[in-house]
Each structure stands twice: as structure tokens, then as C-alpha cells.
Design a protein around this ligand. Sequence first.
Ligand code: GLN
Length: 194
Amino acid sequence: MRVGVLALQGDVREHVRALEGAGASAVPVKRVSDLDDLDGIVLPGGESTTMGKLLTLFDLLEPLQARISGGLPTYGTCAGMILLASEVLDGRSDQRLIGGLDITVRRNAFGSQVHSFEQDLTVEGVGEVHGVFIRAPWVERAGSSVDVLASVGEHPVAVRQGHLLATSFHPELTGEGRMHEFFVNTLVAKREDS
Ligand code: GLN
């Protein structure tokens, strides 16, 4: 399984390590040609407005939109979740998104004082996961085709819609590997189906 990690910003090395731990071969994605022959891609956290700008600057936004809307399995974490969302609250008016996931997210939703916190979660289909939240978004609206896999209070923080998976938290920082295994297993299942 060949899985790309968008390598414009964020914990690229940690995602690569976690994907390899899950049995995939992980490749950093910096240019359009890196999108060739991928079975899936991870969009790391970082700062979603900056990532949107970098995607435009590196001529990656439209090719990535085309691949993702064409069915490339994608896992967005934190800012990566924001990039996948169809709508963002508390974003900047010029914020560029990849879109495709029928959710409305609120940026920095847990409050500006609460820059970061950790919480154990039960993620449907995955099990117990230690969630590390860093200036994290939450899902304020999820479309009818979106499954909520985990919530903090009443706010969804892990969702799935077909080939798109997104979490508000950073699974690459805990060394657990469960979310990456879950994602890689969906790629294996998809290949076996086709
Ligand atoms: N607050 C960031 C944003 O709005 C996301 C933070 C993160 O990815 N850890 O893009």
C-alpha cells in the first residue's frame, strides 16, 4: 500500500513513521507528480490557512481536489480535517479548502485559552484512542452521509464519509498507531474489493 503524506507543513515524519508501522509504504507529497500511484493520502495538521496558501503556491490544490473527489482515500487530521471540510466557521475569508467532506467545522473551537488538551476517546471501528488536541476544530454540522466515529461532549471529533476520514486530534503524536492502522486497513479492504 503506497500512502502519501502531504509534506508542506506539519508532522510529516511522524505520519510517515505511523503509516510504515501500519504496514504501508509512506511517501512525502510535495509536487503533483508525487500524487501518482497513491493508494491513499494523509493531510497532516498545521495551520489550515497557511496550508491552503502553500497548496496554491505549489500548484497542488486543484490536482489534489481532482484526485480526492475522484475517490483517493484521504485521512485529514486537525488542519487536514479543516482542508477537507465543505464549510469552515471562524476561518479567514480568503481561506482555500480542498473540500469534499460534507461537514461544517469550527476552527480553534475549544476556545482560544484551551490551546491544547488530551483526552481518551472511543472511536467507532477503532477502539480506545488517546486524543491529542492542539488548537483543534470540532464538527459543528455533519451531513447525512457522514458517520460520526467519536465526539468530545456533543461535538464530533472523528468522522467518516465514504473514502474520507477526518479527526480533530493528532494521532501521529501518541505512538499508538491505531488510527493509521484503521486507515491503512480501509485501503487494503478497498483493494481486495476491486
Ligand atoms: N488551528 C489550526 C487551524 O485552524 C489547526 C491546528 C492543528 O492542525 N493542530 O488550521
